[in-house]
Design a protein around this ligand. Structure first.
Ligand code: CMX
Length: 430
């Protein structure tokens, strides 16, 4: 049995040596070439950074430390954090030690609530969420120890300390924001007898007589925990952290990227789409009605929300895991049945239509409808839930990067004039 810190302490010298050896042996090896289209197109497909916590394979989906996410859906989010950080799942005593560490750090300082309550009531929940994490910078062990002259080999320990402090407080902060947003009584404190997901579910304050909402929340937090290193939130967090800004500054920055409509807000769009269908057909449409509706939408040049993916070319395994949950917990719910019927009808239509490279559903096609079923109906809050989960991956990546001494991110930019010159002469930037 090893605590997370002991396990990392054991692994880090080997990881450092492996990376050093790799650079010694193959430092000049070409990993990726960059075309002009990629330079102007968001660096899509350019392999330019290392992330060992997870990878996304077109034909398999998310793989966390060599384990497909489909095999991890019964795991708690805390277990996922241990796995993301160390590459192995914790045994029972290691998990309870981690849970204890989180409970110990769960109290949220009063000034965080004062900061949030000073904001206008119509502030976006993601703005409040990012602000709360930013405000916690005052508590940063990394910041304090850096000022005291901490040795660089110890950076990861301080990053771990701050990461645990952030993760421990996030369910209380996020549920407090929900309560403020929905006019419920003041935020409640963490219950140290509950696991991370169940405690979050309890603090949100929704009725849950069967315990299924807590199960859904655990599943949600587990499935969304990481998505390799190049997505906007992970990459932003990594970039800010690479300047040796504290984990609070880095995770808050990552959340600001997650708050964008092209990234973390997509799930609420998908639910709007399903509810639009429900309203139009006054319930669950027949397959023929649904097919006509989708074709009409495609002919209007609109996309089908929840379908397609930049990387995946199969049904997202996270969709499959949520679908199995819905079949078990709310199979008769109308919103779920529309999601289910869309799944039966849409891929075939998108294949015939022939535009989308991936005609299959992604995770956002279903997650919102399940939350909706359990009474979580504030669409603009969904990204906060996503953020609580994704903080697991951001923090794990930060800890490992500080352990490996990953240098400050500083790619080179070129001017349009330089690009014109390169195209003209086919020469490269030196
Ligand atoms: N419905 C209709 N057309 C679609 C489509 C869909 N769901 N997905 C892609 N297409 C179209 C694109 O608009 C594009 O059309 P044109 O060639 O006419 O411009 C063509 O298919 C090729 O696009 P692509 O290479 O398959 O897809 P991208 O990598 O460019 O975009 C994504 C991926 C997710 C943005 C896109 O599939 C989409 O808009 N889907 C619907 C919105 C959605 O579900 N978003 C959640 C994404 C979740 C995530 O990224 O994690």
């Amino acid at each position: 049995m090893r605590t997370l810190k002991e396990e990392l302490n054991e692994q880090i010298p080997r990881l450092r040596a492996e990376l050093h050896d790799l650079v010694q042996r193959g430092g000049s090896t070409i990993v990726s070439e960059v075309t002009l289209s990629q330079v102007v197109g968001g660096m899509r497909g350019v392999a330019g950074l290392v992330c060992d916590t997870s990878t996304v394979e077109p034909d398999k989906g998310l793989i966390v430390r060599n384990i497909p996410i489909s095999k991890l859906s019964a795991r708690k989010p805390e277990e996922m954090f241990y796995l993301l950080c160390t590459g192995r799942l914790p045994v029972a005593r290691e998990l309870s030690a981690l849970e204890e560490e989180l409970h110990r750090r769960s109290a949220v300082p009063a000034y965080v609530w004062d900061t949030l309550s000073a904001m206008p009531a119509d502030s976006h929940p993601m703005t409040l969420f990012s602000m709360a994490i930013l405000a916690l910078e005052r508590e940063s062990v990394f910041h304090r120890r850096y000022e005291e002259g901490m040795h660089k080999e110890e950076y990861w320990e301080a990053a771990l300390e701050d990461s645990l402090a952030i993760l421990a407080k996030l369910p209380t902060i996020a549920s407090g924001i929900y309560r403020i947003h929905t006019g419920k009584p003041a935020p409640v404190s963490s219950d140290t007898t509950l696991d991370w997901g169940a405690d979050y579910a309890r603090m949100l304050g929704l009725a849950d007589s069967t315990g299924e909402f807590a199960n859904l929340l655990r599943l949600y937090l587990t499935l969304h925990c990481d998505h390799e290193g190049g997505n906007v939130s992970a990459f932003t967090c990594h970039t800010v952290g690479s300047a040796l800004s504290s984990p609070m500054l880095a995770v808050s920055a990552g959340m600001n990227g997650l708050a964008g409509p092209l990234h973390g807000l997509a799930n609420q769009e998908c639910l709007h789409f399903v509810l639009e269908i429900k309203e139009k057909f006054a319930g669950v449409p027949s397959p023929q009605q649904l097919s006509d509706f989708i074709w009409a939408r495609l002919k209007d040049g609109a996309v089908i929300p929840g379908y397609g993916h930049a990387v995946l070319r199969v049904t997202d395994p996270r969709f499959v895991a949520f679908h199995a949950f819905g079949e078990r917990a709310c199979a008769e719910d109308e919103t779920f049945r529309i999601v289910d019927r869309l799944y039966a009808v849409t891929p075939g239509i998108l294949q015939q239509h022939g535009h989308a490279k991936d005609p299959w559903p992604n995770v956002d096609a279903i997650s919102g409808s399940l939350l909706y079923h359990f009474g979580l109906k504030q669409f603009d809050y969904y990204t906060v839930l996503f953020g609580v989960s994704r903080a697991l991956g951001m923090c794990a990546q930060l800890i490992l990067n500080r352990a490996l001494g990953t240098p400050i991110v500083r790619p080179r930019s070129v001017t349009t004039e330089q690009l014109k010159g390169i195209v003209g002469s086919e020469r490269r930037v030196a």
